[in-house]
Design a protein around this ligand. Structure first.
Ligand code: GDP
Ligand code: IMO
Ligand code: MG
Length: 453
């Protein structure tokens, strides 16, 4: 069987978000013709560091930094036009062209009442709050499901928009006033505001599914950039402490409008430890000096809200779960350098649940909440890895640590990241160009060719 040189690859977060998807997507975008965001909205914050310059992206795909890469915000996303326009302005002010950005006609639009509902409902929940980003994500997706949402295509048609928004705002005002005790919105003011946004975004709004299909037909390679992470998935995450979309790999097909047969590979991004922002159970969380050290060394503050991220050891139970629900082919392990100073490093290999050892993620919030980690301890390397560019450059303990993760997760590692910069990366094998091989395996073998190779 001949080798297929190019591939359509999904990049997903294998933990609770902020795994470094932005960095990995940017890195792989060099070989991609198109990068597609397929779910989520401005709750995402993806950081890319190139030549000392930091780019923080929320809705714009991380491929935007390459002049020839087309970027798509797909149907499964939700769009806050105000914040998207601010992001476009920021990116353009850095002399980066946004002409190649396309926005789906069928993506749903976040309205002011969505942001108000998000914040008001969090307040009302009190100690039961989810810890959302407050960007109106849940209410926008709720309206989509309830079939009362406004889509980009609606925004493009002034008369229809006026009619639709007048009705919707009058309806939402009842909830604002009666349930949340908030002042009502003035329909005409919102209509005028959104018509201005429409004018600015109009040149970008197209049938993105058709564009993506065109790229597939002409065998160009496409990266699908996930936002959030597997454990924040609405169906498969730690419900109710999740986001309102499907960050898992399957979400890429639905959210981009392509069939699963077009996907060649799925790469999972995971930190060499774990973080989480917002509320919800987190078995390996460390509220001690080591947790603080990881937070400091990893600069673990949210890209979108600035909130401090909760830090803990690597959790292989959720890792194996991510492999399963995403069908991961390989992993990108990021932030290995953050562990550089540690004497020893723990890895959660299983949970203890009701006095029994549990190898699988208990997909039941009550059981997950009372799962406690069973750790294995590995020696640290106490040396900087920031300058390592090949596996051979790594201290032997760091290599052993990576092999241990590959063994626990039962998938090979393709990429290791040792710093925020684009160049601080060990590419064991490029998941786009390389043949489908087993990469860094637990036994140290690095190139076991499969039938596709
Ligand atoms: P994303 O949401 O998955 O794209 O991740 P974020 O950008 O929100 O968070 C990851 C943070 O870690 C960003 O500040 C990155 O610049 C940074 N980062 C990515 N990879 C590495 C790495 O290998 N080492 C270090 N020290 N920082 C990294
Ligand atoms: P990226 O793409 C980390 C979390 C919020 C909250 C929950 C629900 O940068 O990895 P939402 O506003 O989506 O309704 O909040 O999800 N959350 C994220 N955590 N990274 C993200 O995105 C996140 N997007 C949402 O903190 O717990
Ligand atoms: Mg992030």
């Amino acid at each position: 069987m001949g080798r297929r040189p190019l591939a359509n690859v999904i990049v997903i977060g294998a933990q609770w978000g902020d795994e470094g998807k932005g960095k990995v997507t940017d890195l792989l975008s060099k070989s991609a013709n198109m990068v597609v965001r397929y779910q989520g909205g401005v709750n995402a914050g993806h950081t890319v560091v190139v030549n000392g310059q930091t780019f923080k992206l929320h809705l714009i795909p991380s491929g935007i930094l390459y002049p020839d890469t087309e970027c798509i915000i797909g149907s499964g996303t939700v769009i806050d036009p105000k914040l998207l326009i601010e992001e476009l302005d920021r990116v353009e002010s850095l002399n980066i062209s946004t002409k190649k950005l396309m926005i789906s006609q069928t993506a749903h639009v976040t309205m002011p009442y969505h942001r108000m509902f998000d914040r008001a409902s969090e307040e009302r929940r009190g100690t039961e709050k989810i810890g959302t980003t407050g960007r109106g994500i849940g209410p926008t997706y709720a309206d989509k499901s309830e079939r009362t949402g406004i889509r980009m295509v609606d925004l493009m048609e002034p008369e229809g928009l006026r009619q639709q928004l007048t009705w919707t705002i009058n309806y939402k005002n009842v909830i604002l006033e009666k349930l949340y005790n908030l002042p009502p919105l003035e329909p005409e003011a919102v209509i005028q505001e959104y018509l201005q946004y429409a004018d600015r975004l109009r040149p970008h709004v197209v049938d993105t599914s058709l564009k993506i299909d065109g790229a597939i037909q002409s065998r160009r390679n496409i990266l699908f950039e996930g936002a959030q992470g597997t454990l924040l998935d609405l169906d498969h995450g730690t419900y109710p402490f999740v986001t309102s979309s499907n960050p898992v790999a399957g979400g890429a097909c639905v959210g981009a409008g392509v069939g699963p047969t077009s996907i060649d590979r799925v790469i999972g991004v995971a930190k060499a430890y774990t973080t989480r922002v917002g509320e919800g159970p987190f078995p390996t969380e460390m509220n001690d000096g080591i947790g603080e050290l990881l937070c400091d060394r990893g600069a673990e503050f949210g890209t979108t809200t600035g909130r401090k991220r909760r830090c803990g050891w690597f959790d292989a139970v959720i890792g194996r779960y991510a492999v399963r629900v995403n069908g991961l082919d390989c992993l990108a392990i990021t932030k290995l350098d953050v562990l550089d100073e540690l004497e020893e490093i723990k890895v959660c290999v299983a949970y203890e649940l009701d006095g029994k050892r549990c190898e699988h993620f208990p997909n039941h919030s009550r059981l997950f909440a009372k799962s406690s980690p069973i750790y294995e301890t590995l020696p640290g390397w106490k040396r900087s890895t920031a300058e390592c560019r090949n596996l051979e450059d790594l201290p032997s303990q760091a290599l052993d640590y990576l092999k241990f993760l590959a063994e626990l997760m039962k998938v090979p590692i393709a990429i290791v990241s040792v710093g925020a910069s684009r160049d601080q990366t060990i590419i064991i094998e490029d998941p786009i160009h390389g043949p489908k091989r087993a990469l860094l395996h637990a036994d140290g073998t690095r190139a076991i060719t499969t039938s596709i190779g």
